[in-house]
Design a protein. Structure first.
Length: 581
């Protein structure tokens, strides 16, 4: 195997074909660089596939978190042997020491200068392993968190008993957990309570949206979702996980004795003078219960339609539809794509004392002044459909329905729109225009949909490049060609002067290269010609062609606009608009 070329190995593995290899070789001749890098830039292969092929070619082990090799051993002082700055600068992570030989994962073990530098820094012989830069940086994030609040609590609690578990003195009069007090005065608390508090505080400080805690056969996993990506953090001891989950259940008013069925709940915490909602989901798995906590930090949400990501024309079309006296507006996208924030920003923009705005949500994530918000409760019969019927007796002008899930809710929305109300709602479809056949499948008549539909939109979230460390570069010809083919810009900018940006990483973004997320949209105002297409055959392709004639563009084209503006990177944009290719 060692005598084979990278391209041959990848063809044999079925990752690429001869045609893609030839195109990559031509690209290499024009642009230079290694063939593996060219395959990645052309999006013909993933970073992991190239790394595995290189490992086969050189006969060097491939390390990943999946095969449990990319997992630095604790207690060997590896973080002192390879300092964090050196590890990040060179994308290398120490794995273990055996017979005074340091095993280390890196992206290019053929780099002799790199190997010599590692040997010089560590004072040991080096056994190289191959991994991807993305995985190495994630492991570095987790491994070099020795100074984190979670690690300090774990180390401080080693060998200690549970102690006094009372925390009555840190509960506010309205029943919220005061995280500031509990962190300051937690010395009397049980170790499991301290760990739960530390995890929540660290998660909030790192702008986390979700906390994942779960047990496996031989390990515990703690992961934080930051800007849509999961990052591993130091896991608590296995023997404390059940007590930690019970602690969260108590805060959420769930049944701590029930471990066979999923449970959902919520609680509020007070932290740095702001109230933060925590939504809790506990699900039984084969290794025990898995806990997921979603953090709803109202202080980090800005309901300003001008800054959430709309291009100028898209914002004008959306507000034009939202200013209509009656009709239907649908926003589509997967769970967690920011649909609720967008719709609430729209309501926040149009609300006036003259408008009676009411919402039906599951759950009510963002509480707003001047808007009547209702939490649905299916267990007592308060569903989207039944709640919407009662809303019509409340003299509403604008109604927001959290999600259309079934025929009953779809028909209720349609009837409300036909009787003089503006109705906004969401659907789970891959694109905005696919909402049309989805609604027809629910039993809505074509002529009624055509006449009441005002606007269809879809959205995704892309990670924002850190403004302090993003790096400009001249895009390769493949990216220029793709931009020209997909951006739908008129007029087209000068392709010879295109500048894109890529992530680098700095202390201000925790060396991730990204900081925050921004929405990208496709927005289609329902024109007279589009109404005729819906009424005739509701063909999605015809609707897309007609919308393009009117100057509207799709998600991928919106993504390219964000790339051109330096908001996000090409790779991140392509990853969230994959269905648009």
């Amino acid at each position: 195997m060692a005598g084979k070329r990278i391209g041959e190995i990848m063809i044999q593995a079925g990752w690429i074909d001869e045609d893609k290899l030839n195109k990559a070789l031509k690209f290499q001749t024009q642009q230079g660089g290694l063939i593996g890098e060219c395959l990645i830039k052309l999006h013909y292969a993933t970073e992991e596939q190239v790394a595995q092929a290189l490992a086969k070619q050189l006969g060097i082990p491939f390390a990943s978190r999946e095969n449990q090799i990319l997992n630095p051993e604790k207690g060997q002082g590896l973080e002192k042997i390879i300092p964090e700055k050196f590890a990040r600068d060179n994308a290398v992570v120490p794995l273990f020491i055996e017979n005074n030989v340091l095993a280390a994962a890196m992206t290019d073990p053929t780099n002799i200068m790199m190997l010599d530098n590692i040997k010089l820094v560590s004072g040991m012989e080096i056994q190289p392993f191959i991994s991807t830069k993305a995985q190495i940086l994630k492991v570095i994030d987790a491994f070099y968190q020795g100074g984190s609040l979670i690690d300090r609590v774990i180390e401080k609690g080693a060998g200690q008993g549970q102690g006094d578990t009372s925390d009555a003195d840190v509960i506010t009069p309205d029943g919220k957990l005061d995280l500031d007090k509990v962190i300051i005065g937690e010395s009397r608390g049980a170790q499991s309570i301290k760990l739960v508090n530390a995890i929540m505080k660290q998660a909030i400080s790192e702008r986390t949206s979700d906390i994942h805690l779960e047990k496996f056969d031989e390990k515990v996993s703690l992961r934080l979702r930051i800007d849509g990506v999961l990052y591993e953090r130091s896991a608590p001891p296995n023997e404390l996980v059940d007590a930690m989950i019970s602690r969260v259940k108590i805060l959420s008013k769930l049944d701590i004795s029930e471990r066979r069925l999923p449970q959902d709940g919520s609680f509020s915490i007070k932290y740095q003078n702001r109230i933060i909602e925590i939504r809790v989901s506990v699900c039984p798995t084969v290794f025990g219960e898995k806990l997921v906590m979603r953090i709803l930090d109202k202080g980090s949400v800005e309901l300003n339609i001008k800054i959430i990501g709309f291009e100028q024309r898209q914002m004008e079309d959306f507000l034009k539809a939202a200013s209509a006296p009656n009709g239907l507006i649908f926003l589509t996208g997967p769970t967690g794509s920011g649909k609720t924030t967008t719709l609430n920003a729209v309501l926040n923009t149009i609300k006036t004392p003259e408008l009676n705005i009411m919402t039906l949500e599951d759950p009510v994530e963002i509480k707003m002044e001047g808007i009547s918000q209702v939490q649905i409760k299916p267990q007592i019969g308060l569903t989207f459909a039944s709640g919407l019927r009662s809303f019509l007796r409340q003299d509403p002008d604008v109604i927001l329905v959290g999600e259309v899930r079934d025929n009953e809710t779809a028909e209720a929305c349609l009837k409300a729109a036909m009787t003089g109300h503006l109705v906004l709602s969401t659907l789970h479809t891959n694109s905005a225009l696919e909402a049309v056949p989805r609604l027809l499948d629910m039993g809505i008549e074509k002529y009624l949909l055509a006449s009441t539909l005002l606007l269809l939109a879809a959205q995704r979230l892309v990670r924002q490049l850190c403004p302090d460390c993003k790096t400009p570069y001249r895009p390769p010809q493949s990216e220029i060609d793709q931009f020209a083919a997909e951006s739908m810009m008129n007029p087209m900018p000068d392709l010879t002067r295109l500048t894109f940006y890529k992530p680098r990483g700095c202390p201000k973004c925790n060396n991730m290269g990204y900081k925050g997320r921004k929405a990208i949209y496709e927005v289609y105002f329902n024109t007279e010609e589009m109404k005729r297409i819906i009424y005739k055959d509701a063909d999605v392709q015809k609707l897309a062609i007609e919308a393009a004639k009117g100057g509207a563009w799709n998600l991928r084209a919106s993504g390219w606009r964000k790339v051109l503006a330096g908001v996000t990177s090409v790779d991140d944009m392509l990853s969230v608009t994959v269905t648009e290719r």
